[in-house]
Ligand binder design. Sequence first.
Ligand SMILES: NC(=O)c1ccc[n+]([C@@H]2O[C@H](COP(=O)([O-])OP(=O)(O)OC[C@H]3O[C@@H](n4cnc5c(N)ncnc54)[C@H](OP(=O)(O)O)[C@@H]3O)[C@@H](O)[C@H]2O)c1
Length: 232
Amino acid sequence: MSAPAPIPDTTLVLAMSLDGKIADVQRGAARFSSSADLAHLEQRVAAVDGVLFGGGTLRAYGTALSVRHPHLLAQRQQGGKPPQPLQMVWSPSGQLDPQAQFFRQPIPRGLITTAMGARNWDSEQFQRIWVMPESRTHPWDWPWLLAQLQQEGIHTLALLGGGTLTAELLRCRCVHEIYLTLCPLLLGGVTAPTPVDGPGFLAAVAPRLKLLSHRTVEDEVFLHYRVLPPDG
Ligand SMILES: NC(=O)c1ccc[n+]([C@@H]2O[C@H](COP(=O)([O-])OP(=O)(O)OC[C@H]3O[C@@H](n4cnc5c(N)ncnc54)[C@H](OP(=O)(O)O)[C@@H]3O)[C@@H](O)[C@H]2O)c1
């Protein structure tokens, strides 16, 4: 059997309430973390070739987090990277609001979708559109899709949620590291999104993690984990 095609080094970055929610029950934008967490998020975005988030997240925020800090922009330039990573949204239906601020931001944009979902979009809105072959959508063949990104020069990827997309990539064992910021509030609500939604994993086969580092800034805890390989 041939070795699986290489995929980008993928790092999940999320902020979570102490009771494990990444937004409240209204499923709007999560704006509960501190300025220290936003700076941390911008650093993670500045470190990668591409950023991936779900359509639900784009609908909630309407924007993408771009690199703005001069030091981070200079770092990217020194590393031979373009000023901004490619900001990619996963939306099988392609039903996104073309009036969203996202489409006016001076950033390169990508869309990962189906043939149907691609119909309403052009190269003005998305510089790159990946159309998943129908045969690879039940379930989504993320290793195949991510291998296409890798071939196009996206070697490092920041995965910014939401919980539906995160569950998809974890199902395929395509997440290598996780940064989770624990924020000092309690959101509650059974329908509020969590870092990993989807159907869930049975404990016996759940992804396992190794803590790489932790630090606190005031009342927030910044955790950094490596995802262990299935047999690790
Ligand atoms: N705290 C944080 O760090 C953080 C970070 C990111 C997001 N969030 C929060 O997470 C929430 C969004 O998460 P989310 O899980 O709703 O969306 P999501 O993971 O951002 O996007 C999910 C996408 O999955 C697609 N999809 C395919 N099959 C689906 C199915 N059976 N059910 C649902 N979606 C399906 C949908 O595509 P279509 O476009 O085709 O519908 C949808 O756009 C927001 O409240 C946001 O604020 C929090």
